[in-house]
Design a protein around this ligand. Sequence first.
Ligand code: TXA
Ligand code: MG
Length: 359
Amino acid sequence: MEEEEKRTVETAFVRVDRENPDAATMALAGEIIRQGGLVAFPTETVYGLGGDALNPDASRKIYAAKGRPSDNPLIVHIADMEALAPIAAEVPEAARRLAAAFWPGPLTMIFPKTDLVPTATSGGLSTVAVRMPNHPVALALIRASGGYIAAPSANASGRPSPTRAEHVREDLNGRIDMILDGGPVEIGLESTIVDFTEDVPMVLRPGFVNLQMLRDVLGEVRTDPAILDANAGKNLRPRAPGMRYRHYAPKAPLLIVEGPAERVTERINCLAAEDVARGLSVGIIAAAETAGLYPVGRVRDIGSRSTDEEIARHLFEVLRDFDEEGVDKIYSEAFDTPRLGMAIMNRLLRAAGHRVLEV
Ligand code: TXA
Ligand code: MG
């Protein structure tokens, strides 16, 4: 009931050309944000739910629309380097090098904030997360909105991040003013987050910009132990507050089966056969190389292990599809691929509540 009552706004759903966004549409969307309203928009990583980052009321509306706890800070999106100094009190030289290498792009950096950033946006913290997205629609929207857009992923809190405008509509229709549909995103996993507020830069969330790429530019980089380890999160306060919350969770319980390929397939087939015999419907997430080896269950080929960009792009969509199909259980292979394995497994582990079976 309560959920229905919150769906009170008329949400405009507007298609935009990724390469050449219509000027009138972008002006209208920018005006909505300047007036304190909310617009969902495509970025290269996932869809974002945008509001004016410098307006505390807009940030409060973002938390309400997502059902997100208000101590979980928002990323501030900018369109050019000149926009950084007014919101970041201190930008180390190393961060400038990283910006030169990867902005605009799937990278977020954390700095001490200035007073211009309301604590409603920073989740009460004295730091601010900043990203310059690499997407013509996102950049045009930021410019049309006054230069600073606070945007978390445009999903309802706890659900997989949206990689298509339809996913945003499923979660937020009736709660926000506008959804800009720029088609499916390219990357499919949220940006890499690097914290520059301590001596050595620390990765808080892995993403498309992987450790090797960061090391090539920065030299020494640390990683938050909470990234792949459930227990680290219990004893140690995770540095990105968002990592504390249950996340990406499909409705059906998800179990990751990890080990040599042959044994993984064999074990998943065994478990799925038992479930099906009990009348349950089963979803299986498999790489292209092994997808043909599962005779029972709804098998989703998520992409080839040799092109793990494909696996990253499809992960959240596959989890949403299994929700839609109403499967009772989900089994997934592990995807410890060399390039994006850390980012993929970070999301998959959290979707599984860290339930892993070693075979
Ligand atoms: O790719 C992305 O980053 C997408 C698109 C829309 O840009 N945005 C996104 O935002 O993923 P969100 O809110 O879903 O995730 C932001 C994460 C959260 O885990 C949050 O706790 C963390 O960043 N974060 C934000 N500001 C922080 C800060 N000042 N210190 C530590 N963690 C912070
Ligand atoms: Mg999110």
